[in-house]
Design a protein around this ligand. Structure first.
Ligand SMILES: Nc1ncnc2c1ncn2[C@@H]1O[C@H](COP(=O)(O)OP(=O)(O)OP(=O)(O)O)[C@@H](O)[C@H]1O
Ligand SMILES: Nc1ncnc2c1ncn2[C@@H]1O[C@H](COP(=O)(O)OP(=O)(O)OP(=O)(O)O)[C@@H](O)[C@H]1O
Ligand SMILES: [Mg+2]
Ligand SMILES: [Mg+2]
Lengths: 225, 225
């Protein structure tokens, strides 16, 4: 249901052009649990950002459920993202003036979900990731790993169709990582949520059912277990 | 040469107090290569920040080479840090308007090191961490792992007596991590630079010669290999 064709992203470097993603072709089906791995700078974040409607491709297509998302008007793309995509950013991108709870409920608010459903969902998720007692804390009062868990809770809270998670366990200890992966696996199996991770973490790769290796913006290997 | 006595840090949480570091005692000798591990939220960053003169303790002492650093005037503490401590921050804290090269040379400039020595050192380090070709790029043009490597290069460039590195490999692939650890080991062995890491990364723990485990702000175990 995600069909990526000839996808390319070129950045203007200060010295020369940087081809971050290079004429890439890839397909994902509903309910996948896939990990994208590769060296630092190989294009993982750029690829996720293009799939997630956050970074416009230089050329090529991202087709989601038959919709070429980059042909949508920016309003319709924002709307599509809101309805369908949950994103965990590599540097969390939490809103500094909102508490952990408010950050988590943010997307659900934009989606117009009713208040009691939102409060229930916030409690549920912050508890699941082990930081329920910090619901009222702002991001600058939280440790790196606690912020990362809020970022994950935010992406999961709205139960989107797809979750794109950019290195969601980078600042987490083994126990927190294990817990997070269990929550994600559960969502994946019971609600058919599609998960695409970018990761350097061997523990995440182990759980993934498909491992795509990127090198210099190209797919070097694509292995399904 | 680092003597930590009864060190405590209490934060005012929104609901109640948070005892981030709890009456901790610890000693480090010159030339150590030690890793501090423990669950997310266990106090690793807080501890490093107090050792590094960045976060004032609630009570207790940090004594470095006989100097109780928290008794120094803020000017003398800043000066002490500049001369002796290299810090790699968990979220890099690069200066957004400076390029990778300028970020790397920043501390050396403050230390008044001559221009040719600075340029040589920048090239040397950016090359060592594999991003020499991005010297002229600002942080927002770099991948997460590239930014992390600039943060490391910056800490190493001024050849400080101590390097406090807060999860320096969190966003790095295996190869970059290995390279980084080799550079650090070399500095440690040839120049007696003391390294204290906070980490969740099994590869870093493996290289460390001493592993200190923190749980709820206390030392749970302290093992030298
Ligand atoms: N400014 C602050 N105000 C309130 N609480 C804080 C503040 N800074 C840190 N804390 C809390 O102190 C505890 C220890 O935080 P610290 O950042 O030292 O943990 P950590 O071991 O580095 O965690 P991680 O592995 O997630 O980076 C956490 O519960 C954190 O939320
Ligand atoms: N805005 C930009 N301008 C110029 N170059 C960029 C920009 N954004 C990313 N790049 C470059 O594109 C390449 C791919 O970056 P990307 O962030 O996708 O890598 P990554 O695989 O996520 O790396 P990491 O594992 O370090 O997070 C890198 O060389 C990066 O420096
Ligand atoms: Mg990335
Ligand atoms: Mg930390």
């Amino acid at each position: 249901i995600i069909k990526i064709s000839n996808l390319t992203k070129v950045y203007d470097g200060s010295a020369n052009e940087i081809v971050a993603v290079n004429n890439l072709n890839l397909e994902f089906e509903k309910g996948e649990f896939a990990a994208i791995v590769g060296p630092s700078g190989s294009g993982k974040t750029t690829l996720l950002n293009m799939i997630g409607g956050l970074d416009r491709p230089t050329s090529g297509e991202v087709n989601i459920d038959g919709q070429d998302i980059w042909r949508l008007s920016s309003r319709k793309l924002t709307d599509f993202r809101l309805k369908n995509i949950g994103f965990v950013f590599q540097s969390y991108n939490l809103i500094p003036v909102l508490t952990a709870g408010e950050n988590t409920e943010f997307i659900m608010q934009l989606q117009g979900k009713p208040r009691n459903e939102r409060s229930r969902r916030i409690k549920e998720l912050l508890e699941a990731v082990g930081i329920a007692d910090r619901e009222k804390s702002r991001p600058n009062k939280l440790s790196g790993g606690q912020q990362q868990r809020v970022a994950v809770a935010r992406a999961l809270a709205s139960k989107p169709t797809f979750i794109l998670a950019d290195e969601p366990t980078a600042n987490l200890d083994s126990k927190s990582t294990e817990t997070l992966l269990e929550i994600m696996e559960l969502l994946n199996k019971t609600e058919d949520v599609t998960f695409i991770f970018s990761t350097h973490d061997a523990r995440v790769v182990k759980k993934a059912r498909r491992v795509i290796t990127l090198v210099d913006g190209k797919v070097e290997s694509d292995v399904s277990k």
